[in-house]
Every structure is written in C-alpha cells, then in structure tokens.
Design a protein around this ligand. Structure first.
Ligand SMILES: *[C@@H]1O[C@H](CO)[C@@H](O)[C@H](O)[C@H]1NC(C)=O
Ligand SMILES: *[C@@H]1O[C@H](CO)[C@@H](O)[C@H](O)[C@H]1NC(C)=O
Ligand SMILES: *[C@@H]1O[C@H](CO)[C@@H](O)[C@H](O)[C@H]1NC(C)=O
Ligand SMILES: *[C@@H]1O[C@H](CO)[C@@H](O)[C@H](O)[C@H]1NC(C)=O
Ligand SMILES: *[C@@H]1O[C@H](CO)[C@@H](O)[C@H](O)[C@H]1NC(C)=O
Length: 721
C-alpha cells in the first residue's frame, strides 16, 4: 500500500505547492479488467502495480517535502569562507557535501584530479598623463561597516584574470567599448591603432576571455576590463541595494578552452600524459598578454584622462560618468602582472542512488562548488539546492521509493577556471557515459533573482514545458513562460557551464536551469550570504523552487518506463537553423538540399516513433505476453542514443574537442549559442574572404551536418539502410 503522505515533513509554513495531498497511485487498470480465468496470472503480473505507487505519486510527494530552512542552512555552511578551486577552504566545502550525502546513505566518493590552475602573485596598475600626478590603483574591493564577512574577506583572492600572461606594459590607453570584434573593427575604421597600446574594455556583452583575446588579436600589449556602473549599478549598490559597489571587481578566467589545459582531449588521471605548462600557456585559447580587471570607479578614473575622438553614443557610460573618448592616450597605463600557473588538486564529489530496474541507465545531476569569492549565488545557491533535493530523495526512499534508473549527483570543482572538474570526469568516463547516460541536468547559479530560466537540447522541451511551476500549483512552466515575455527555452551551444562536456563533447541530452538570469555582483567580493538573504532570495523559497524543478525533471527521467523525450521540436529547431543559413547564403554557390533531405528523414523517424509509442501504450496491458519490456528498452535506447548521433568523430573544423555538429560555441564569442556552429564559422570566413574555396567549405560544412542528421534519423527509427 502507498505509505502515508509526508505533508508534515514539509517545513514551509505556506507550501509553494498548495497542500492538497498527492493523488493516490492509479491502480484501477488491473481491477477494471475482468478476465476471471486469468485472475491468478493477472495478479502475479500486476502485483507491482497493485502495491507500488505510480511515479506521479512520488513526484507529488517530492514536491510536498521542500524545505527552505534546509537550503538556507546548506548555503550558510558552504559560504562561510571564500573557496577558490585548489584551496584548502574548497576541500572543506567538499567535505560538507560528502558528509551531507553520506549521512543520507547515498554511496558517495571524491574523484580528485591534478589540473593546471592560475593564481595571482603580484599586480600593479598606475595611471599617468602629462600634467597629472601618477595614480597607483589599490586594486582592492572595499568591505562596508558591519559586514559580517569582513574578516573572512581577507582570504578572498586578489582581483585578477586567471591565465593572463605574466609581464608588464606601459602604454597609451585605447577605449574599446565591450571588446567585441566589431568594436575593434570600428576603432580601425576611425583610424585608431591599437598596436602596442593598453586596451580598456568594459564587461557585459562577450566572454571575458574573448575580450582579452580580441585585444591581443588587435595588437594590444595588455588589456584592462572594467565594470561600468551604467550596466552594473543602475540602482542602489550593495549593501543598500542589489547592485555592484563602486569598488566591486568582476574576476574570472580568460581561458577559452575546456578542461585542464595540460590534458587537452583526455583526462587528468593519475600519472597521465601532459603537455608542459609553457606549451599549455602558449596556445591560442590562452590570452597571451597581461591583463587585469578593475572596478567601475577605477575605469572612470582612467577614462577621464583618455582623449582623442569622442566615442559614439552607445559606447558612452551612464549618468555621472565622464564623456568617454576613444584615445589613444594621453592617459598612460602601466600594468604589471605576475601569475602562478601551477598544478593543483581538485575534488569532484560523486554520489549514486542505484536504480532498481535499469541500474545501467544514468540520470546525472550536476552543479559546481568552487567559487571566485564566497559564491552565495555562483554557484552555491545551486549546491544548496542539490543538497536540499538529496534530502527529499532520501525521505522518498524511507517511503518506499527506489528509482527505476540510477540517479547520480555530482558536485564539480574548478568550473570557474574552464569547466575543468566536469570535463575531466566526462573525458575519463567517456565510453561508459556515452553508452549509458539518459540525460544530464545542470544547475550552476541556482538562484539570482526571479523567473525560471532554462536551456535544453530540444528533445527535452516538452518535458520542461509540462513541469509544474513550483510557485503556482495550477500553472505549468510553459503557461508561465507564455505569460511572461522571456523567450521560452534557450539552447546549449555556449560554453557557459558544466553541461558543455556532456552536450558538446559526447552528445548527452541536457538541461541547464536557474531561477533568475544575471546579477550585478557576479564574481565579486559581494556575492555572499548577506546579498542572497537580502536581495537574491529573502525567504529561500526560490532555492526550494529550483530544487523542485530540478528534482521533478530528474524523477520523470529516472522513473518513467518510456523516456519522456520528443524529437519533434528538434526537427523544428533544425529547420529554423536551415532557414537562417538560407538567408545568409542567398545568391552564393551553396545548396541546402542535402540538409533539407536529412531533416525530412529525421521527421519521418519522429513520426514512426510516435506510432510505436501509441502501439505500445494501447497494448501495454498485455505486456507479459508480448515481450514488451525488451521493446520498451529498445525504444528507450534509440531515444537516448539519437542525440549521440549528432556528434562526429573529427569534431568542428579546427576545434576537434567540440564533437557536436548542431550545438557548440561560435568561434568569436564563447557565450554565443549558435545552431550549426561549423556552418556559422565557415559563413563568417567566406563573407570576409569571398573566395570560391571559402564558399566550398560552407558547402562542405552543410554536407557534414546533413550526414549527422541522417545518422540521427537512422538511430531514432532503428533501421539499417
Ligand atoms: C599600427 O601601429 C604599428 C606600430 O606602430 C604599425 O606597425 C602598423 O603599421 C600600424 N597599423 C596601421 C593600420 O596603421
Ligand atoms: C611600471 O611600473 C612598474 C612597477 O611599479 C615599475 O617598475 C616600472 O618602472 C614602471 N614603468 C614605467 C614605464 O613607468
Ligand atoms: C606557485 O604555486 C606553487 C603551489 O602552490 C608554490 O609551491 C609556488 O611557490 C608558487 N610560486 C610562486 C612564484 O608563487
Ligand atoms: C497561477 O496560475 C494561474 C494560471 O496561469 C493564474 O490564473 C493565477 O493567477 C496564478 N496564481 C498565482 C498565485 O500566481
Ligand atoms: C522559510 O519560510 C518561512 C515561511 O514559510 C519563513 O518564516 C522562514 O523565515 C523561511 N526560512 C528562511 C531561512 O528564510
């Protein structure tokens, strides 16, 4: 019989989900089917249906068990000290995760790796100009009176950009807006020569690694990135409001690659082959020039002394800022930086809840733990949600639940440096993961404001849209998204978080989700528990909500007999991408017919699977005599493996680690999520050079994507040619 409901276990005084008890498990099918002669056989056959609650029963129970105090307590424990990857404090945070998961009796272990990390040793930055006294910047983020984290903040790493080259430069300043390629093109068009200068750019539009690399490619001797108040402080600054204080600095990595730079393409396991540190630091994915991040206040001070032509309107700052000029000079910046690139030990935490019927199928949940500072939003709001979710799963177990498939909870390390912990683990376990993983569900910054924000590979769209809005029991996420003007579901082509290796390297269906998107104190000293408690999530209900969505998606994927994957929105997505390409190659010697043909093939496979599903559901009742278990397993395997077919052994041209032909970062902005990145790169090159070879390589890339889509169609339909 179903165990009694666990409402009394919920610690929320007013539960987010109306406290109506979860529906009783559906058991009627077996009772309603009168076949007197077969009663005995039927009873044996449907025994599990009679006594075991349906998956939906445990899903409702899971939702009713949410506890904001639990999430808050974990967040507080995880953020008492700054815990940068490779430090003792982060190993202690790992202990907290291990002991929590072990105490719930989930077998839990640490998988360590030795990887190349980067720390600042010496930094100095001074500003001079003819007729002005030299200013030496303090490069310190101020605490405020009464800050409970003032003492701990002494342990925060000095502001720096990881993997920036050691060296110095003293040269005139050029202002480069957001540091995008188009910004440098504009400077060139205005006759501003960046060669040998110090480029000053502001955060906000592209990955900081691209800001520095674009500066290098434009010839700059060094780069400085500031946080413009216009973008990060439109209201009251922390602690009086949620926005970035004037001395706040966004630190971060400038490495453009993925995983340990000394083990490209393979895992940093013990005793493994490695390229030398010097070689790793000399690749194109490294910034190659010295660089530093500075505060909004320091950025403005520099810009006050930059002359030359007035910068265009959309390059200007906000109210109270000086007028920004392009330079070069007369302001001169003298930047000197020494970093320590050193092999350090990191710890991933892996916890396993073994599946009962299909233990060899994995649903993987992941979040990282390492933080640039205290990490209250980034990433430990996600870690706190993971631990709160785990406590609920443990309670479900005491009520008789065992997942059908294995659930693996992962807490990654060194994400901030270049998605290192997750990537090394995926590389080390590649063959096992590709043959067994149903889906990867990522949460990085779990909570930073309001509104559910989700990105996914398209076969998961329908599942996500149907998930109940945890803030409103009568509404689905889809209804909520339709009611707001946020775009529905994003895609996973960018390099922003730990889903990258799962999707882009090995082709696992994945989701990345969060509540809130973007917040001003990101990667600064001020991302602490106080900020979260005051502004991010005052009652910790959003933490519970993100754990609810995350857990619900996990339970549906782990417990439903037939995987809730639907490839029809993949077809739509591929078609839309083809329409975009068509617009961009109009009038050029490029044919899209191979692509259209392969998409039609995939569409036929989707329709075939639909009818298979209907047949299975119609005949489900007779399963024992039709050997449907193997048919279901076969269908599930095809649904799982179709995503794998979008990967290609050689990978994107010139970027062999990126095996997925549909989703990957664009060459020019690591955050950009393009469909068909290989075709996009080829078109950008062809537009620049406009040679017949360059258009031929666009055609070649179109053939390549058509080939993987045809492979996916064959896997989904389960047929050989
Ligand atoms: C920019 O300056 C460098 C060094 O002074 C010089 O070699 C280069 O030709 C200049 N580029 C342009 C486009 O004037
Ligand atoms: C730049 O600063 C460094 C370190 O403070 C100093 O040693 C060097 O002389 C300065 N260079 C110039 C050209 O001012
Ligand atoms: C770099 O880090 C390593 C490991 O922590 C340390 O042993 C070494 O002394 C550091 N080097 C410098 C120049 O700080
Ligand atoms: C919940 O969603 C329904 C349907 O969208 C809406 O009518 C209702 O106002 C919402 N309730 C709350 C409390 O937001
Ligand atoms: C949890 O929610 C209750 C109200 O439901 C509230 O009283 C309590 O303060 C919240 N806990 C935290 C840590 O915010």
């Amino acid at each position: 019989m179903p165990p009694p409901l666990g409402d009394d276990d919920s610690c929320l005084l007013t539960p987010l989900i109306p406290a109506s008890p979860p529906p009783l498990p559906p058991r009627a099918t077996a009772r309603l089917h009168p076949l007197p002669l077969l009663v005995g056989a039927l009873f044996a056959t449907y025994y599990h249906l009679l006594v075991a609650p349906a998956p939906s029963y445990y899903q409702s129970l899971f939702l009713s068990l949410g506890c904001n105090d639990t999430a808050a307590a974990h967040l507080r424990a995880l953020t008492v000290r700054p815990h940068l990857a490779g430090t003792e404090a982060n190993a202690l945070a790992a202990d907290h995760v291990v002991s929590t998961l072990s105490s719930l009796s989930f077998p839990t272990r640490v998988t360590p790796y030795e990887v190349l990390l980067s720390y600042p040793v010496r930094r100095s930055l001074s500003l001079s100009a003819p007729g002005h006294a030299t200013t030496t910047f303090a490069l310190v983020q101020d605490t405020y009176p009464g800050d409970p984290y003032a003492a701990a903040s002494a342990e925060v790493v000095p502001t720096f950009l990881a993997y920036a080259a050691s060296g110095s430069a003293a040269a005139e300043v050029v202002y480069a807006n957001y540091g995008r390629t188009e910004d440098y093109a504009y400077l060139a068009s205005r006759g501003v020569n960046v060669t040998g200068k110090v480029a000053l750019a502001r955060y906000g539009k592209v990955y900081r690694g691209d800001i520095v690399i674009n500066a290098r490619d434009a010839g700059a001797a060094a780069a400085v990135i500031f946080t413009d108040a216009k973008d990060y402080t439109p209201g009251k600054a922390f602690p009086d409001g949620p926005w970035m204080p004037a001395t706040g600095v966004q630190v971060g990595s400038t490495f453009k690659g993925v995983g340990d730079p000394t083990t490209p393409m393979w895992a940093s396991s013990e005793g493994c082959e490695r390229v030398s540190v010097a070689e790793a630091m000399a690749t194109d994915d490294m910034p190659g020039i010295p660089a530093l991040p500075v505060s909004g206040r320091d950025g403005e001070e520099i810009l006050r002394l930059v002359g030359g032509d007035v910068a265009p309107e959309d390059w200007q700052g906000g109210e109270g800022a000086p007028v920004y000029h392009l330079g070069p000079g007369p302001a001169v910046l003298n930047l000197s930086y020494t970093g320590n690139e050193t092999i350090a030990t990191i710890q991933n935490v892996i916890s396993v809840i073994e599946g009962k019927e299909e233990p060899d199928r994995y649903v993987i949940l992941g979040n990282h733990r390492d933080a640039w500072t205290f990490g209250a939003a980034d990433p430990n709001s996600g870690t706190a949600a993971l631990l709160e979710l785990a406590e609920r799963l443990s309670k479900l177990q005491t009520k008789g639940w065992r997942p059908r498939r294995t659930i693996i909870l992962c807490n990654w390390d060194a994400e901030e440096y270049g998605l290192i912990g997750s990537t090394e683990w995926v590389e080390e376990n590649r063959a096992m993961l590709t043959s067994r993983t149903v889906a990867y569900l990522n949460v990085d910054v779990g909570v930073s404001g309001s509104g559910v924000d989700a990105s996914a590979t398209p076969q998961l769209d329908q599942l996500l849209k149907k998930v109940q809005n945890p803030d409103n029991g009568t509404e689905s996420l889809y209804d909520m998204w339709m009611a707001s003007d946020s775009s529905l579901i994003g895609r996973l082509g960018g390099g922003g978080s730990d889903y990258s290796a799962f999707v882009q390297h090995i082709g696992i269906p994945s989701v990345d989700m969060a509540i809130g998107s973007g917040y001003a104190v990101y990667h600064s000293l001020y991302d602490d528990f106080t900020w979260m408690e005051k502004y991010g999530d005052p009652m910790f209900r959003r933490h519970v909500a993100v754990a609810s969505i995350w857990g619900l998606v996990a339970l549906r994927l782990s417990d439903e007999e037939i995987l809730p994957f639907n490839y029809s929105s993949y077809v739509t997505e591929l078609e839309n991408g083809a329409v975009d390409i068509n617009k961009r190659v109009l009038g050029m010697p490029v044919s899209l017919s191979p692509l259209h043909k392969s998409i039609k093939q995939l569409n036929r496979a989707v329709l075939k699977v639909d009818s298979e599903l209907q047949a299975l559901q119609t005949w489900k009742f007779w399963s024992p005599w039709r050997n449907d278990r193997l048919r279901v397993r076969d269908l599930n395997d095809r649904l799982m493996m179709t995503e794998r077919a979008f990967t290609e052994r050689e990978g994107l041209s010139g970027r062999p680690w990126y095996k997925h032909m549909i989703y990957g970062p664009s060459l020019y902005n690591d955050y950009g999520a393009e469909v068909y990145p290989g075709v996009d790169d080829a078109i950008q090159t062809a537009k620049k050079t406009n040679t017949s070879e360059s258009w031929q390589s666009v055609q070649h890339e179109i053939h390549r994507i058509a080939r993987v889509i045809s492979q996916a169609a064959l896997v989904l339909s389960g047929g050989l040619t």
